[in-house]
Design a protein around this ligand. Sequence first.
Ligand code: AAT
Length: 292
Amino acid sequence: KDDKRMYFNNPMWPGEAHSLEVKEILFKERSKFQEVLVFESATYGKVLVLDGILQLTERDEFAYQEMIAHLPLCSIKSPKNVLVVGGGDGGVLRELARHSSVELIDICEIDQMVIDVSKMFFPDLAVGFEDPRVHLHIEDALEFIKRVPKGKYDAIIVDSSDPVGPAQDLVEKPFFEMIANALRPGGVLCNMAESMWLHTHLINDMISACREVFKGSVHYAWANVPTYPSGVIGFILCSTEGPPVDFRNPVNPIEDLEGALEHERELRFYNSQIHRAAFALPSFVRKQVSCL
Ligand code: AAT
């Protein structure tokens, strides 16, 4: 009975759980912010778990990292300055490296232990930190963002954990206001935005807050990632007032970017067709999620 209670009591997805067979626990420690766990699974490679919530597996991480990075960066011409919030594993940085127009990548991750663990167990993701354009800031993003000069970034990617724990404030309007301030006119935000099967309420709240703050456009896109709850994950894409951004049609197609496809790691999920398709929403979502 206790096992059952433990298994099904996550507030983000009560009453359901997805299992992976554990072959071996490789790392388990409590950082200042969360419990960090890495295990070798039977069929998905190594898995990173924070506070009991799966963050990535070696087998399907590319779908999430490619989408959260390229949806925003392929929606504007020649992005130069980019901020990543969270993303301490380095996977998003690895994807940003494909964009040769990018000159500066700031990353603000709250937990040094996530970075250390990624360097130890996920070298294919942590490789992202080796790019000389990357500048690492270990801090709560809520504090970091306050000091960013107005209009500094062309794109901001919020690759943060679910809003229970240290990422709680990152889905609220005050944070979005600071993000909008940190973006140039016509700059873009791509924010991890949960599952349309499980979190319509949260998605609705995030979209309404974004609509109030971002005077350009606000859209929802999604991708399937088998090991995230319900097998899908969404993204909110917003632009600030300025040159209009039509997220649904990539103006900076990845196929035309020099070096992006010939990179030593090939793209395994994202392409321009997937980009366009990601904005097509099932009817129940169009009905339940307001203002899309
Ligand atoms: N690319 C892997 C996916 C993640 S990792 C989320 C990261 O956000 C974690 O490393 C966590 O330490 C960091 N983080 C959480 N709160 C903050 C904060 N306030 N400031 C800076 N970084 C933060 C996300 C997976 C999504 C899972 C969907 N269910």
